[in-house]
Design a protein around this ligand. Structure first.
Ligand SMILES: [Zn+2]
Length: 320
């Protein structure tokens, strides 16, 4: 495996070659070297960021602050995710807020929308469809970060997922033992996928990423397991079964899933190159982002790096 993998061009070879032919890919090299990128067209699309408000001692991240950080990191476009459920964050980030603050920057900031399935006045399928349509008309390109305190296959969730599938909104969901809960093997998510073959689902957070390993426990699904991965993980089983299932590489959980067993992680990225999406979960000025060091460590072939950093996101988000 190691030898056959090494026959592919290395990331450095890819970036060196790319640097001679494309201004945009020079930016990838700059990002990986943690140097400011001085070109307008950059290769990364970040599928997971948040614009936040001032709350307590935590500094806010404005649209301008996010854009300035994206320039330094050579990220051309970023998905900006609301957080509407009480279990999500320390303050709610409404869909209307995300639509408003991204509105002057829609060439680079891609808003998603979100609905909590427990809102009593939105019970029923059609009410959810109608509100989602309003958000789509206002610019929303996907649904999430879906991070609510119900099981992943909760009836209200199932209505939302069906509506998103009908409206062609990709769903980015957070899964752990408090939000969109499931059990080892992901039987709840399996039901979601079985019932929504037209939908696109993007898995994120501890419960999802612990399921990269065949021996994932319930405790792992709210944790950052460090032991080596065993084969037969639910993610692999479900990705084999469902072509509409993707993984969001953002946050500590995404980085840990690949780093905990770097040999497995590298092989997983090569095998699932069409199903993985670069993301950071950047939401606070000065936040440490492990994904850049991880990409350097993985030393991926050029085509794999291009897929996970950009072209998969273009396909899922319907970008040109
Ligand atoms: Zn997030």
């Amino acid at each position: 495996m190691e030898n056959s993998v090494r026959k592919n061009p290395s990331r450095r070879e890819f970036l060196d070659r790319a640097g001679r032919t494309s201004l945009g890919l020079v930016a990838a090299s700059a990002a990986l070297a943690q140097e400011p990128a001085a070109v307008p067209q950059a290769p990364f699309i970040d599928v997971h960021t948040h614009i936040t408000q001032k709350w307590g001692k935590v500094p806010e991240l404005t649209a301008e602050g996010l854009l300035a950080w994206m320039d330094i990191r050579a990220i051309s476009q970023a998905v900006v995710l609301p957080l509407v459920s009480p279990e999500s964050w320390d303050h709610p980030l409404s869909t209307d807020f995300v639509l408003r603050v991204t509105e002057p920057h829609r060439d680079r900031l891609i808003p998603f929308c979100s609905i909590d399935p427990r809102v009593p006045n939105l019970s029923g399928y059609q009410a959810k469809v109608d509100l989602l349509k309003r958000y789509i008309d206002a610019g929303a390109r996907g649904f999430g970060e879906h991070k609510c305190g119900v099981p992943i296959d909760d009836p209200g969730n199932m209505e939302l997922f069906k509506a998103c599938a009908e409206l062609r909104l990709p769903v980015l969901f957070h899964m752990d033992n408090e939000r969109n809960m499931d059990t080892p093997g992901l039987p709840g998510l399996t039901r979601v996928l079985q019932q929504n073959p037209e939908g696109v689902f993007i898995g994120h957070a501890n419960g999802w990423w612990a399921s990269i390993s065949g021996d994932a426990t319930q405790k792992d699904m709210h944790d950052y397991p460090r032991r080596p991965v065993t084969s037969g993980g639910a993610i692999d089983v479900l990705m084999d079964r469902f072509p509409n299932l993707y993984g969001d590489l953002s946050a500590g959980s995404g980085a840990n899933a690949l780093k905990r067993d770097i040999a497995f992680g590298r092989e997983f990225v090569l095998r699932r190159a069409d199903r993985l999406l670069f993301g950071t979960d950047y939401l606070s000025p000065g936040q440490d982002i492990p994904q850049f060091d991880l990409l350097r460590e993985l030393d991926l072939p050029a085509d794999t790096l291009e897929k996970i950093s950009r072209s998969n996101a273009c396909r899922v988000l319907g970008l040109a």
